[in-house]
Design a protein around this ligand. Sequence first.
Ligand SMILES: C[S@@+](CC[C@H](N)C(=O)[O-])C[C@H]1O[C@@H](n2cnc3c(N)ncnc32)[C@H](O)[C@@H]1O
Length: 229
Amino acid sequence: MKEKSLQVNWDWSKVEDFTYWKIPDGYVMSLPYYIGKPPARIFDLGCGVGRHTVYFASLGYEVDALDLSSDAVKSTQAWLKKDGLKANVYRGKMTDLTQPDNHYDLVLAFNVIYHAFKDDMVRVINEIYRIIKPGGFFFGTILTKDPNQPFYDKTGVINEQTLIKQEEPEKGIPHFFSYTEDVLEFFKNFEIKDLYYKEWYRAPYSIESINDKKGYGHYILFAQKPESD
Ligand SMILES: C[S@@+](CC[C@H](N)C(=O)[O-])C[C@H]1O[C@@H](n2cnc3c(N)ncnc32)[C@H](O)[C@@H]1O
């Protein structure tokens, strides 16, 4: 059965510790080596409180950023202003991208596109493909479905690959968990440059808690839109 589209933003007012969300990811920080020096256009899809938007704006790139959360948009704009930087940050849904075709050198979606039912996630990936320039890049993370591990959450499970989170700041947000086969299918039009699996363990870091695998894993994907379709 097809699920009705359900897109709900993070409630950033419920986040207690912003440390992680204020420091750009290490892999993302290396992306200028691939896209080259400014000028280049970058789109930060689901920008959160702005760590990557601010990072790329500080290097002189032309950055557009979108988030469904108005708190996230305001925080990103405030951070840019504080640092004397410019970027176009606006509130919107990842499924309704209005950007022209073949527009960006890089689209970034860090922990974003799986906040949806499968149909919407596929729609977003196709839209991302549309707005990237031929030869341009995508970097993103995708929640992993471990075939040997049932969901540890007891409530909110919609089907074998989808659950609706019950805890803040993600309460009410659908999450789609991809098998490796799904990732290869969803990104079949791209040339995959790098794909690996990363699992974040959670404190306290004891062997019991690590073996318990309470942290969900993510695929990390770096891909390129071919020069010619
Ligand atoms: C885990 S946070 C990641 C933020 C940022 N990419 C980062 O790495 O710091 C996910 C963000 O995606 C946004 N988001 C979730 N669903 C969305 C949707 N349907 N359209 C646009 N943004 C969405 C949330 O509001 C949240 O700010």
